[in-house]
Design a protein around this ligand. Structure first.
Ligand SMILES: Cc1ncc(COP(=O)(O)O)c(C=O)c1O
Length: 416
């Protein structure tokens, strides 16, 4: 027992990485290092140039190395602070909006809004989509059995506001209109503010929902002028927390009318909100460690200069990437007038020696993780600029890409 206690103290003060070196050979009953395989001893971070999970700072990760009870006064205060900080980051007031954390990845928060904002009868949803994540919004409605119309736009372009206007002008039966801000499958940033204004002009009673999963905290969005009622994002995106929960920023005048709508207990956003308001506690086991990490992530976000500071770093990351890839002859999937800086899709080079799996694996061996494409009409791969990445990381990635192309006997600059 004494040994166990002292190991725990060591874990608390040094972290697992160091404890491996400190753990005595005679610790036969309990030794964290015995639970680690030989290959995990290296424990270096991979650089994640992906849409998620994303890299986080070591201080964010270290903030998790504590256990807290769900009723602990410190934890209760933590929940309150995180909720009010999220509303503040959204640039709105707590008298008009509330932030409701939801256990699970981003899709859980999306489903919780759809479950809660669509009454069991009479709901009709309109989705504007130009990629895989927009399509998912439609699928959520279909699976729930909610009447939904999905209007599609080309994957390599914006949701077109003229078409939006003609649709909402012609049918006033929609109760909720939904779209994605940054369509992470391609990198397109959609004109949410323009769409929101049009939607509310023709459908003033409807709810306007925005999936801002990969943009919240890094791409400015004025919720009031965009007339957003529900926005969702996840802690392990641009706010750089560790994965584990997501959240909805909800307009109070809307959310408060949603009692009893949800067909799911765990995804009932109203009930989650109501319970948090009444008790400051989650209804079910809270993601305590993730929340500790997120609180540190918010501190780091503020130190960096909030949305402005974070977007400046991501923009710089992305412009270094784009310049270096262009020099090697890689072609972007989107036309140059797209100014997104979250993720960039590249067409597969036509070089006969290019093979995505080999390319991916060789970069992975160098601890550089890129991502397969998610657009339907072209073979692409994606490189993200978000998460705990800095200009030097982008330069190092470019150097690795050059090495890998050489190893694969691809001629640089790439032709075609
Ligand atoms: C725009 C968008 N929506 C939804 C999701 C799904 O989020 P998750 O995988 O966390 O459920 C993602 C994930 O990257 C996303 O980028």
């Amino acid at each position: 027992m004494a040994l166990q206690r002292s190991v725990c103290r060591l874990v608390h003060s040094y972290g697992l990485r160091e404890i491996h070196l400190l753990c005595p050979v005679s610790a036969t009953h309990f030794c964290p290092s015995r639970l680690m395989s030989k290959s995990s001893i290296k424990m270096s971070d991979k650089k994640l140039f992906t849409p998620g999970p994303l890299g986080t700072s070591s201080t964010v990760k270290s903030a998790m190395l504590r256990d807290l009870g769900s009723r602990d006064v410190e934890f209760i205060q933590l929940i309150k602070t995180i909720r009010s900080k999220l509303v503040q980051i959204a640039g709105v007031s707590t008298s008009t909006f509330t932030a409701v954390p939801m256990q699970g990845s981003g899709t859980f928060a999306i489903e919780s809004v759809f479950q809660t904002a669509t009454p069991k009868s009479g709901a009709k949803v309109l989705v504007f989509e130009n990629g895989a994540y927009g399509k998912r919004l439609g699928k959520v409605c279909e699976v729930m059995g909610v009447d939904v119309d999905v209007v599609s736009f080309p994957e390599n372009d914006y949701v077109d506001i003229n078409k939006v206007e003609s649709i909402v002008q012609g049918d006033n039966s929609y109760t909720l209109v939904a779209m994605v801000h940054c369509e992470t499958s391609s990198g397109v940033i959609n004109p949410v503010e323009d769409v929101g204004k049009i939607v509310k002009q023709y459908l003033p009673e409807s709810d306007f929902f925005v999936d801002a999963m990969s943009s919240f905290g890094a791409i400015p969005l004025d919720l009031q002028s965009a007339k957003v009622d529900y926005l969702v994002s996840s802690v392990n995106k641009c706010l750089e927390g560790v994965p584990g929960f997501s959240y909805a920023i909800a307009r109070l005048s809307k959310l408060r009318t949603c009692k009893g709508n949800s067909r799911s207990i765990s995804l009932d956003l109203y009930d989650q909100y109501d319970n948090l308001e009444k008790t400051n506690q989650f209804r079910f086991t809270p993601p305590t460690h993730t929340m500790l990490a997120f609180s540190q992530a918010i501190r780091e976000f503020e130190t960096e200069g909030g949305v402005e500071g974070r977007s400046a770093r991501y923009k710089e990351n992305c412009s270094i990437l784009k310049a270096g890839m262009k020099e090697m002859g890689f072609r972007e999937f989107l036309n140059p007038y797209h100014q997104g800086y979250i993720i960039t899709s590249y067409r597969f080079p036509e070089d006969k020696n290019f093979n995505f799996n080999d390319f991916y694996m060789k970069l992975n061996e160098r601890d550089q993780v890129i991502y397969p494409g998610k657009v339907l009409n072209a073979d692409c791969f994606r490189i993200g600029s978000i998460g705990y990445l800095f200009p030097d990381d982008m330069r190092h990635l470019l150097k690795c890409i050059r090495e890998v192309c050489n190893e694969m006997n691809m001629a640089l600059p790439i032709k075609g």
